[in-house]
Design a protein around this ligand. Structure first.
Ligand code: SF4
Ligand code: SF4
Ligand code: SF4
Length: 344
């Protein structure tokens, strides 16, 4: 059995990212010194270095936002990153932040998203990793995968972009002169109040909190959406990455997927329509159905490259980075065991 496969490399990157994003935060908050581990834990009462931004009353190792769920609810006060970019965009619009405060973070987001697009989802996001791990555990326990019904699937893109627009629309409404400014407090948390990361991440610090408020009609609406999304996330045990199909952070990255510098390419004449790429895809993308002129770099592709790794035709699928091929499919005999290994 080969050790250095693309799947194993991706899993290793996901595990490292998970520990850096989730556990660095938790150690920073608790101040636990764990000798021998490569984490710098900082007791709460020590003077922190400048880059911890102590004047804000809390600390971040990196004073910015990531395109994926580098969530502020991972830890109470101290975090590896401030939060996710969606939280930043939601708050910056609602509180009408001056351009010098949001332009650098927006540029950083565009830079990161243009280069890697949804590879952030497939390789780095800890919430995506938890979702994928739950689905993997299901397989190991011998439970069958459940498929999202086609009737529902066809409405997912509209729902995904619809919800993303809903978050931006509510954020914009309070700064327009239409009498909604009284809702600044409520609308500034629409992204976080509806996101499952808020409940899931604290579990890794041993904290269980269902932080839903029903104290006014706006919070009531957000809480109902939040509970529904949490249930969608929990269904990761049976469905492959269900939340990632509607997540607003993923939706925002999706917009840049077709033009990112890390992309796939397909030599259509080499494709035998075997269907392996579709079977193996965690997002149920239909690479097999691409017709001439169709792009395989759709918004729904999380750039995990499992399709490239498992495609049995030499050079049929390729991974390109700034136009250079960095990985490609290799010929494999289509045996029963190959088909078996591509079952989800
Ligand atoms: S879609 Fe959202 S939750 Fe899923 S991996 Fe991407 S950012 Fe993370
Ligand atoms: S796995 Fe490769 S050969 Fe098979 S359908 Fe997909 S792209 Fe075509
Ligand atoms: S199409 Fe390929 S790279 Fe994209 S999500 Fe599916 S398996 Fe991963």
């Amino acid at each position: 059995m080969k050790l250095f496969t693309l799947s194993n490399t991706r899993r290793a990157v996901q595990i490292i990212a998970f520990f850096l994003l989730v556990y660095t935060s938790i150690f920073l908050t608790t101040g636990i010194d764990i000798e021998g581990l490569p984490f710098v834990s900082v007791p709460k009462d020590v003077v922190r270095p400048e880059w911890y931004a102590p004047e804000k009353g809390y600390t971040e190792v990196f004073d910015t936002y990531l395109p994926i769920k580098s969530c502020r609810f991972i830890a109470d006060e101290n975090r590896a990153f401030r939060a996710c970019f969606m939280h930043f965009a939601n708050e910056s619009i609602v509180w009408n932040s001056p351009p010098e405060e949001w332009i650098p973070h927006l540029l950083l987001f565009l830079f990161a998203a243009l280069i890697f697009a949804r590879a952030w989802c497939g390789w780095i996001c800890p919430l995506g990793f938890i979702s994928e791990s739950a689905f993997w555990i299901r397989k190991k326990l011998g439970f069958k995968e459940r498929k999202i019904p086609e009737k529902i699937k066809q409405y997912i893109p509209a729902f995904k972009y619809g919800f993303l627009s809903f978050v931006f629309l509510l954020s914009l409404l309070v700064i327009l002169p239409i009498g909604l400014s009284a809702f600044q407090g409520e609308f500034s948390i629409v992204n976080c109040a509806t996101c499952p990361a808020r409940t899931i991440f604290p579990l890794f610090a041993g904290k269980f909190s269902l932080d839903f408020s029903f104290s006014n009609p706006v919070y009531f609406l957000f809480s109902i959406i939040g509970i529904a999304f949490l249930l969608v996330f929990i269904s990761s045990f049976f469905f492959s990455r269900p939340w990632c199909r509607i997540c607003p952070s993923g939706a925002l990255l999706s917009l840049l997927n077709p033009v990112s510098f890390l992309r796939k390419e397909k030599e259509k004449e080499k494709c035998t329509s075997c269907g392996i790429c579709e079977r193996i895809c965690p997002m149920d993308n239909t690479t097999i159905q691409e017709k001439k002129g169709d792009s395989i770099n759709t918004g729904n592709c999380i750039r995990c490259f499992r399709c490239v790794e498992h495609c049995p035709e030499e050079d049929c699928l390729k991974v390109k980075f700034f136009g250079k091929t960095i990985y490609k499919s290799k010929y494999k005999e289509k045996t029963e065991s190959l088909l078996d290994s591509t079952k989800k």
